[in-house]
Write a protein that binds this ligand. Structure first.
Ligand code: HEM
Length: 221
């Protein structure tokens, strides 16, 4: 790669890769802070799988509930709340004639809360993402990573990365919501909570080893 290509790729990693992942985890932690039983299920899954050891490649497949939680968080708060397309050739869609200069906006946030696609759409329910439930839905009802030939190139990396980070954090810390605080989502390319996401974070009792692991992982990265 030329220097310019290296710079452009790094920029893509930071903007497309870092921000989206950070925002996905931010909303996930808030939803878990409000739903203590789901948070406990994450904790139980991680400790049953890895005990106190650092999360390794061999554990990743077993983080099923962690992935369900993140998928459900990205349904309610898609890091990319909308995506766009330009038709490559003139076409008719839903009775509308579209030219090659017609901008099409796909409102992912609205799609993910559409009552015709999701039962009780505003409720946080990670069990919507069990393998059986996913099979029952249209592939295009859920688009956190977009779809088609231009689907997010980092989707499977992000799926692994977010599950490992969530598992590491929930094993070491307990998250609680701040009474009376309701974050307001703001769409500025990504969907962020206005003013940040204050949470009450405490080290889990008897989890000194997990916290040490967390610190080591952070140092190493
Ligand atoms: C939770 C994390 C992530 C989310 C929610 C996300 C979401 C998206 C979405 C919605 C698109 C547009 C897809 C479309 O138009 O159909 C996209 C494209 C893209 N993403 Fe991600 N992304 C994430 C993580 C990453 C990571 C980790 C990387 C890189 C390592 C990455 C790199 C890219 C690139 C390069 C594109 C453009 C692909 C193209 O136009 O062909 N993303 N992402």
């Amino acid at each position: 790669m030329s220097d310019a290509e290296v710079v452009n790729n790094l920029l893509t990693l930071i903007t497309a890769g870092h921000e989206t992942t950070a925002v996905a985890l931010t909303w996930t932690l808030w939803l878990l802070a409000k739903d203590q039983s789901a948070q406990q299920r994450v904790y139980d899954e991680v400790t049953a799988l890895a005990g106190d050891a650092p999360i390794a490649a061999a554990h990743v497949d077993g983080l099923t509930y962690c992935r369900q939680v993140i998928n459900e968080a990205m349904r309610l708060f898609p890091p990319a709340p909308g995506i766009g397309r330009l038709p490559s050739a003139p076409m008719t869609l839903g009775g509308e004639r579209l030219g090659t200069r017609t901008r099409i906006h796909i409102p992912v946030f609205a799609l993910h809360r559409n009552v015709r696609l999701w039962e009780n759409p505003t409720a946080f329910d990670p069990d919507r993402f069990t393998a059986e439930q996913v099979k029952k839905r249209s592939r295009y009802a859920y688009l956190p990573f977009g779809g088609g030939p231009r689907i997010c190139i980092g989707a499977s990396f992000a799926t692994t990365e977010t599950a490992v980070i969530l598992a590491t954090m929930v094993r070491a810390f307990h998250f609680r919501a701040l009474a009376g605080h309701k974050p307001r989502p703001v769409a500025r390319v990504t969907l962020r909570p206005a003013g940040g996401m204050p949470l009450l974070v405490t080290a889990r009792k008897g989890a000194a080893a997990n916290i040490a692991t967390f610190r080591e992982t952070r140092k190493a990265s």
